[in-house]
Design a binder for this molecule. Sequence first.
Ligand code: ADP
Ligand code: MG
Length: 253
Amino acid sequence: MGKIIAIANQKGGVAKTTTAVNLGASLSLMGQPVLLVDIDPQGNASSGVGIDKNDLDRCVYDVLINEVPPEEVIINTEIRNLDIIPATMQLAGAEVEMVSMLAREQILKRALVPLKDRYQYIIIDCPPSLGLLTLNALAAANSLLIPIQCEFYALEGVGQLMNTIQLVQKHLNPDLKIEGVLLTMFDARLNLSIQVVDEVKKVFGTKVFKNIIPRNVRLSEAPSHGLPVVVYDPKSKGSEAYRELAKEVMGIE
Ligand code: ADP
Ligand code: MG
């Protein structure tokens, strides 16, 4: 049975998408069948694995709103063992439309059930909010991975995120676990980066992943080539860090 990991933090720009794409691709290149599920209307995870969103006539919106079977929306990427349910701007309207739907927080969970046997990992890239789309991801997931950027106000909003997790555990998904807290864009030359690491470890203790993702220019270049960095430049520091994270997630450090 596959494991569903939601990548969430309502703050934008903390490396949710970068982590979804590169953790997903690292796991898939290690031989694990992976499905990425893009539920951000920006569709950055989709373009990040080479999907041309203008070419799509269906996306995750159709799975959530029109009950299209997910099998009909899945695309095999060029990367071995890596499939995706893409998102387009059409998804921007979904939250409003879902409000009146029955069991509106459980729509994604129900849609993913038939896929759990096909994939070892299903990784959901969430939008930068705690709205209905993110709630659907948290209801569907076995665990939550929280990226935190080593920057000013790193922990801003984290309290609100923890409250949301508790509410989800109470009402929607009692088994939801925290997969881990991932420190991203670490710059060893900056005192601030080092302070953030200390602060986050104080709050989350052993929940913090041992592997910290360094700031690495290759990571920011890769999306414009429609490739995960682990494919675009496998030898870069960013690639190395995400492969190590994948091993940590698999429990083979
Ligand atoms: P989110 O999905 O949380 O909004 P992204 O993954 O899109 O965040 O990352 C925000 C920006 O930071 C992107 O331009 C991305 O390429 C860049 N980025 C992410 N991680 C790193 C890193 N470790 N080093 C350098 N740039 C990064
Ligand atoms: Mg994103």
